[in-house]
Design a protein around this ligand. Structure first.
Ligand SMILES: N[C@@H](CCC(=O)N[C@@H](CS)C(=O)NCC(=O)O)C(=O)O
Length: 290
């Protein structure tokens, strides 16, 4: 950690636990983008005590906080083994007193969808895209020994989509991107349509394509980024919300390299994520330590 008191003063340590020789910590801070206090989790491997290491961002799914991934995935063992920092933010602004923000698990609190809303009453606070791809990385690199150049992004469900759009809308920023059970084509699924209608306006407003990974990949012209999709075949949301095959088809049409692992018998849960998290970390490490 740097000892810049100015920068450190902005962060409040909520918890710190020794884990696999490093530390699993949670911080809170006032977010300028979101206009509220936010928590994020950060795993610091032992090697972070001696200098800069690469960083992987994890974006969680609906109804999660910064806690779900760090408590259930078992990521700390692999982050320690491979010398990477792992950052897991919360999934939406909280406590903004927006009418309706707590009415359902799949819209508002816990469901920021990692986009920048354009519609009232959401557009002032619901700017999770700018938060996770700009404000948070600045905070992380100025407060911790995290490399600015060597970063990757991954996520689950809503967060898998978040990871895809962060990579596709910020060409060159991330070396690799991977997802578990990502919402791959939100414009055609239930969860995605509900979120896009509320945050971006009706489909007729034509703004959805700017935030839909399957549409964005058709126009992607940045440097190569390795995309790894992972999907359980027994996921109850596969046919109604996720549509990985639409994304893979769009990648093939645009000649963007993509890998899709379909896993027999696995569902949408963290039991599935914990099973394959090591494989994903190793995928990112190939690019981060190259
Ligand atoms: N809890 C919601 C479902 C939301 C859900 O499935 N959330 C997933 C991401 S899309 C998750 O990671 N949940 C938290 C957990 O399993 O720890 C419901 O009432 O149906």
């Amino acid at each position: 950690m740097t000892d810049s008191t100015d920068v450190m003063a902005a962060l409040n340590e909520v918890s710190s636990n020794r884990s696999f020789g490093g530390y699993q910590k949670v911080f809170s801070h006032d977010s300028k983008e979101l206009g509220c206090q936010m928590n994020f989790a950060i795993y610091l491997p032992p090697q972070a005590e001696d200098g800069e290491v690469p960083v992987v961002y994890w974006l969680s799914g609906l109804a999660c906080t910064e806690q779900n991934f760090i408590m259930k995935s078992g990521v700390q063992r692999y982050a320690s083994e491979h010398s990477i920092i792992v950052v897991a933010p919360d999934t939406s602004p909280r406590g903004c007193n927006i009418p309706g923000e707590d009415d359902s698990y799949d819209f508002g609190t816990g469901a920021g969808f990692y986009l920048d809303a354009t519609q009232e009453p959401w557009k002032k606070n619901y700017r999770m895209f700018s938060y996770v791809s700009r404000e948070l990385p600045e905070i992380v690199t100025s407060n911790f020994p995290a490399s600015k150049e060597r970063q990757s992004i991954m996520g689950h469900s809503m967060g898998g989509h978040g990871a895809l759009i962060c990579a596709l809308k910020n060409p060159g920023k991330y070396r690799s991107v991977s997802t578990f059970a990502a919402i791959c084509n939100p414009s055609v699924g239930n969860w995605g349509q509900k979120a896009f209608s509320g945050y971006l306006g009706p489909v007729e407003s034509k703004s959805w394509a700017d935030w839909d990974a399957t549409e964005l990949v058709k126009k992607y012209s940045g440097p190569p980024v390795e995309i790894l999709l992972d999907q359980g075949k027994a996921d109850p949301r596969l046919e109604t919300d996720l549509f990985p095959e639409n994304f893979v088809r769009a990648c093939k049409e645009s000649e963007i390299p993509v890998i899709l692992h379909m896993r027999d018998g696995y569902d949408h849960s963290y039991y599935y994520i914990a099973t394959f998290i090591e494989e994903h970390i190793k995928h990112h490490v190939k690019y981060l330590h190259a």
